[in-house]
Design a protein around this ligand. Structure first.
Ligand code: ATR
Length: 294
């Protein structure tokens, strides 16, 4: 009975029919994606006859999978690991956002072709602003990680005129490559590879360390003490509090996890597809319910 009450209190969507617009996320692995919960709640809240699905897509099938969705008149797609770079070559046109960051996480199918967008980069600064009250312009930042997420974060921070950016990655050559790219594109930003000695405004984790309970910390505390950072942001949102965030809290830092980033990249994709303002509160609640169960 309680369960029944809970269900009827949610907005009810009309039955699926031939007019239902479809969106989907492609990734590998995709099993734990919270995007269907977030977008379906948003469609329902706005009374849209739209649905959002999730598909495990092997990178070797990505081109065919994009063409298949187009052929079946999907409205759009999200792409997640490991598809964001590959897709740059698989769309007809890159929006300015995808050109700028060199990665596609959102696709819109238009009659004239397949358009690739990137909504990840803006979501980073929006979440930092909302969740940490931090403006990156003029800030000193240590960024851990130089994979896909780390690269987008580094470029976005540089584009927003951070005062100084320190990059640290297990594979140093990848951090070096990003530093070189930033020196060319954003010559006014001071960038170096390695841990800083001074105090910072922000430590940002963009590595995948912390996803598993027995993961080591992405931070070498012998090289950098958390007491040197005013705020710590972990792009990981599952678990809600990584060991890094727990240690940062103990050290007196302001902290936030990556849920806000997930929310804002989704909200921007929603607006690209539907042309309607995203119901942010509904989407945030759906994410929290799906990921944390409350
Ligand atoms: P994403 O798209 O989420 O950024 P990715 O491109 O695979 O995924 O990047 C993962 C990041 O986590 C990289 O910075 C990676 O370091 P390497 O570039 O050296 O691979 C980092 N990472 C993953 N496992 C790690 C580990 N065990 N120790 C240290 N760093 C790790």
């Amino acid at each position: 009975m309680a369960e029944y009450k809970l269900r009827v209190s949610q907005p009810v969507q009309a039955a699926i029919n031939a007019a239902t617009r479809l969106c989907a996320v492609y990734g590998s692995p995709i099993g734990h994606s919270a995007s269907p919960a977030m977008h379906n709640a948003a469609f329902a809240a706005l009374g849209l006859d739209w649905r959002y699905l999730a598909f495990e897509v092997d990178p070797k099938n990505l081109r065919t999978a994009i063409a298949g969705a187009r052929a079946m008149n999907f409205a759009g797609l999200n792409l997640t690991v490991p598809h964001k770079l590959l897709a740059v070559e698989m769309v007809d046109e890159l929006d300015g956002s995808a050109k700028k960051w060199g990665a596609v996480n959102t696709i819109k199918f238009q009659p004239e072709g397949v358009i690739g967008f990137n909504t990840d980069a803006d979501a980073i600064t929006q979440s930092l602003r909302e969740d940490l009250k931090l403006e990156v312009r003029g800030a000193k930042v240590l960024l851990l990680g130089a994979g896909g997420a780390g690269r987008t974060a580094a470029l976005k921070l540089a584009a927003e005129n951070v005062a100084e950016l320190f990059l640290v990655n297990r594979t140093q050559s990848k951090a070096d490559e990003i530093a070189t790219e930033i020196k060319t594109q954003f010559p006014s930003v001071k960038i170096s590879v390695g841990y800083p000695k001074e105090n910072l405004d922000l430590l940002l984790n963009a590595t995948s360390l912390g996803l598993k309970v027995d993961d080591a910390s992405p931070l070498d505390e012998k090289q950098f003490s958390l007491k040197q950072a005013r705020a710590v942001y972990d792009m990981i949102y599952r678990p809600a509090e990584t060991k890094l965030l727990a240690a940062a809290k103990t050290a007196g830092c302001k902290t936030a996890n990556g849920l806000g980033m997930l929310l804002h990249q989704g909200a921007k994709a929603f607006e690209i597809w539907t042309g309607k303002p995203a119901p942010l509160d509904v989407m945030r609640r759906a994410l929290e319910q799906n990921i944390y169960g409350h």
